[in-house]
Design a protein around this ligand. Sequence first.
Ligand code: GAP
Length: 458
Amino acid sequence: MSKKYSFDEIVSHLKNYGYVYQGSEIYGGLSNSWDFGILGSYLKKNIKDLWWKEIIEKSPYNVGIDSAILMNSKTWEASGHLKGFSDSMVDCKECKSRFRADQMIENATGLSVEGKTPEEMDAIIEEHNIVCPKCGKHNFTNARPFNLMFKTFIGTIEDAKSVVYLRPETAQGIFVNFNNVLRTSRKKIPFGIGQIGKSFRNEITPGNFIFRVREFEQMELEFFCEPGTDLEWYEYWIKKCYDFVLRMGIKEENLRIRAHAKEELSFYSKGTSDIEYAFPFTTWGEVWGIADRTDYDLKQHMEYSGEKLVYRDPQTNETYVPYCVEPSVGVERLFLMAVCDAYDKETLDNGEERIVMHLHPALAPVKACICPLVKKLSDNAREIFNDLTDEFHCEFDEAGTIGKRYRRNDAIGTPFCITYDFDSLNDNCVTVRHRDSMVQERVEISKLKDYIKERIQF
Ligand code: GAP
């Protein structure tokens, strides 16, 4: 694991350069809510575009949809979220801090409490004399379940009939559209349906910056296959997701795949593995979960809706409920992993320090910064900017010394700085300066677009 920099340092860098802002800042903020700034919104967009391209468009199996956030509440009865989507919480009676009981116990004792009831957790807290992580006293309320779904009302009347929930995962919007996709896509099993969208969870203990938040974006694929082939597809998707992370340029020493132990699995799951990253604030943190969910979800929706969610094999004419393998990942988790892995500080030959984000060029918010050497050359440089902007996001920077402009672009992760100088007027070339190696080379202006395009491929 290569943990060189503190989490605070990385977070402060992201705030300084406008990757992320405090949510509702002018009103004193809203705890654990974050806005993505000029650069951050590009990084998020690039992550989502790559996922969509690689997982949906380039796959021979998959299609994409975009389902509604608000769904008929029966969805959540069927999926089990109304009954079971809860964490146990305890309050410290002394300092009034609130904790997730499982996390508090695990941190204090190293014991996993997966599947334990609130009463069993109370017993463990007593037996191990666990103290409040904030004030150090041992005086807790009993553990009690807390449903993580945000509740609201649809229409003008706030009664039981008008209750709706902000979806806690995008997956259910896919399951309820199984027949619609089958009817309109002409897909045959195996096939997957993916989507990207906001999910909401009223987390008891959000934190670690954007790692655990109450409003986040998920990229989920529900991959339907014939029962009996599911474990093969489960392995296939673990590998695909891991490859995606490696192709993002994440250092392999900071990654691991962790298969869940039997007692950690949901009762319907045949297997779940997480791709984890060595975040600076913890040992390992979950980034991407891949689960074999069997036929649980479709069967539940069949029972609650009365609709048949089945597949007829065109060859054998046999009808069955497909099994489902689900790779599910949060955009913010991939974002945080990418920036933690990319952040670096180097001492240059002249003794100066530079901060550099070695983001994969395909992820970098700004692909190239066009820098006229002096303002007199701005009009010529602007022509290059206009031409490149047709293809990718560029910045134009004519302020300050060229060295300072390089430093700023290193710090935000721009892979190329392009300097238009007096020689450019005669040789029709520009100097391309590479972020990581700092090597500079002359490139013909007519070839510049292709030159950059080639080097920012995923
Ligand atoms: N449909 C399955 C599902 O939602 P999950 O493990 O609860 O499974 C999947 O969530 C992924 O969503 C996680 O691996 C993580 O990347 C992301 N995620 C979950 N809760 C999150 C939160 N509170 N903040 C940010 N990302 C979250």
